[in-house]
Design a protein around this ligand. Sequence first.
Ligand SMILES: [Zn+2]
Length: 78
Amino acid sequence: MHTQLDTATNRLPDSLCTHTPACPPAEGSDREAAHVVVAHPEQGWSLLCNGVLLFEDTGELLPDGRVIPPHRTLAVVA
Ligand SMILES: [Zn+2]
C-alpha cells in the first residue's frame, strides 16, 4: 500500500508531545520547558515529551545523541 502513510512514518518517532500548543523541540534552547512524561528521580533523570533526557545534574541527552553538559557549576569529579 503506497499511500500517504509513507509521509506519516517519516515523522520523528522521538517526539512524545501531545500538547497544544506543542512544546519546544529538542533543538530549541528552551527545550527544558517541555513537559516531563517519564520521571525517575531515584535514577536521577526525566524524559521530556520532546525526547530530551534531562538529568538531575542539569545535563541533557538529546534524541539525536548529542550530550549537553550540566550548566550549573560543579566540582569536577575525576
Ligand atoms: Zn509536550
